[in-house]
Ligand binder design. Structure first.
Ligand code: PEP
Ligand code: MN
Length: 351
C-alpha cells in the first residue's frame, strides 16, 4: 500500500508508480477516499528493491506491505503443520527442558558426566554443553574441540540428545559428524547470514534441529523470524526460536528478559519457542522465576544452564548455572504450570 505525501497523486506520478511495480510483475490499484487516495500494489509485493524504489520517490510518504517477508516461517505457510522433535519430545505437545553447563571443561570431564547424569535424574529431556565458546574477552577460555567427545560421551551415558553452539563451517562439520542433534546459533551470530546459510545447507536431508538464539540487540521480531527463514530455506524446517534477553540490560539482570515475546512470535510464525532464562537474567538465583514466566507466556520449552558444582565451572557457570537440585524443583513447577495453562487455554495453538 503506497501512501502519498499529498492527498492524491498527479497522473504522471501514478504512471511512475505503475512503471516501477510493472517491472516486478505488479500493478497499481487506486483506492479513492473522500479526502485521500491511497494506492494498493496488486501482486507479490515482497520485492525489497521495488519497495525501496517506491519509498525513494519524493512524492511517496511510505509503503506498507501486508505480505509477510518470510514465506516459509510465516504462520500461514504450509510448514505450519510441521512439528519439531528433540529426542522423545515433540515441541508443542510437551514442555522441552534442555539443560547443561555453559561450557564443558575439557580438563575435568567428570563435571560434565556428573552433571549430565544428575540432570537426567532431575527430568531434563536434552543436554546442552558448550564445546566452542564465543567470548567477549579474547583472552578468556574459548572452548576446546576435545570437549566434543565429552559432550557425545555424555549423550551416550544418558541416552539424551545434545545441543552445542557452532560458529563456523569447521565446527559445523565436526558437530554433525559427531552426531550432535541440536546445533545452537548463538546471539552473536544470530544475524550472520552466511553462517545461517551454511547451517541450512548442511542440515538439509538430516533430522538435525537448530536452536536459533535471538540477537543481543533489541531487534525486531521480523528480523528474528527472517534469520530462521535463511535456515529452513534449504529444506530442513527443524528450527526453534530462542529468546535469551536483549541489551540494554536492566540494572540488575544481565540482559533485558524477553520471554514475553512468545505470544507475539506465535501470531507470526509456527516455529516453536524455547526460552533461555539463564542468559536473560545472568544470575542463578533469578533463573527459576524467569523460567516460570516464560512458561506462563506460553513457550514450548526452556534451555537452562546447569552444573553439579557451579563454582567449579567455566564461562557463565559460576554465576548463572543452577544446580540439578534446583532444576529438579523447577522442572516440576514448570511442567505443572504448562499443564495448567493448557487446561485453561485449550484453543491456544501449541501452548
Ligand atoms: C550460551 O548458550 O552459552 C551462549 C553463549 O548463549 P548466547 O549466544 O545466547 O549468549
Ligand atoms: Mn553461557
Amino acid at each position: 500500500m503506497i501512501l502519498p505525501k499529498a492527498n492524491r497523486l498527479a497522473p504522471a506520478e501514478v504512471d511512475e508508480l505503475t512503471a516501477i511495480v510493472a517491472e516486478f510483475g505488479c500493478r497499481i490499484q487506486p483506492i479513492v477516499g473522500d479526502v485521500r487516495t491511497i494506492y494498493a500494489i496488486v501482486g507479490d509485493e515482497r520485492h525489497e528493491l521495488m519497495i525501496s524504489r517506491l519509498e525513494g520517490l519524493p512524492f511517496v510518504d511510505r509503503v506498507d506491505t501486508i505480505q509477510s517477508p518470510h514465506k516459509l516461517m510465516d504462520i500461514r505457510s504450509e510448514l505450519a503443520r510441521h512439528r519439531v522433535r528433540v529426542g522423545r519430545v515433540t515441541l508443542g505437545d510437551e514442555l522441552l527442558v534442555m539443560a547443561g553447563p555453559c561450557t564443558i571443561d575439557p580438563k575435568n570431564p567428570q563435571y560434565f558426566y556428573e552433571t549430565a547424569a544428575a540432570l537426567k535424574e532431575a527430568g531434563a529431556d536434552a543436554l546442552r554443553g558448550g564445546v566452542w565458546k564465543p567470548r567477549t574477552n579474547p583472552y578468556a577460555f574459548q572452548g576446546d574441540t576435545k570437549s566434543l567427545e565429552i559432550l557425545m560421551e555424555g549423550a551416550r551415558r544418558t541416552g539424551l540428545p545434545v545441543d552445542t553452539e557452532v560458529m563456523d563451517e569447521e565446527q559445523l562439520r565436526l558437530a554433525l559428524d559427531a552426531g550432535v542433534q541440536v546445533l545452537q546459533i548463538g546471539a552473536r551470530n544470530a544475524l550472520n547470514y552466511s553462517l545461517l546459510r551454511q547451517v541450512g545447507r548442511a542440515i538439509a536431508g538430516r533430522d538435525t534441529v537448530v536452536l536459533l538464539k535471538r540477537g543481543m540487540h533489541l531487534g525486531t521480531l521480523n528480523e528474528f523470524i527472517s534469520a530462521a527463514e535463511y535456515i529452513v530455506n534449504f529444506g530442513n524446517p527443524n528450527v526453534i526460536l530462542c529468546p535469551r534477553g536483549t541489551q540494554p540490560g536492566l540494572d540488575g539482570y544481565r540482559n533485558h528478559p524477553d520471554e514475553s515475546i512468545t505470544p507475539l512470535l506465535r501470531e507470526r510464525t509456527w516455529a516453536p519457542v524455547v526460552v533461555d532464562p539463564s542468559h536473560s537474567v545472568g544470575k542463578a538465583a533469578y533463573v527459576p522465576d524467569c523460567a516460570l514466566a516464560a512458561v506462563a507466556y506460553g513457550c514450548d520449552g526452556l534451555c537452562i544452564e546447569a552444573h553439579v558444582s557451579p563454582s567449579h565451572g567455566l564461562g557463565d557457570d559460576p554465576k548463572q548455572a543452577v544446580t540439578p537440585a534446583v532444576l529438579a524443583g523447577l522442572i516440576k513447577e514448570a511442567r505443572a504450570l504448562h499443564a495448567l495453562r493448557r487446561s485453561h487455554r485449550p484453543s491456544t495453538p501449541r501452548s
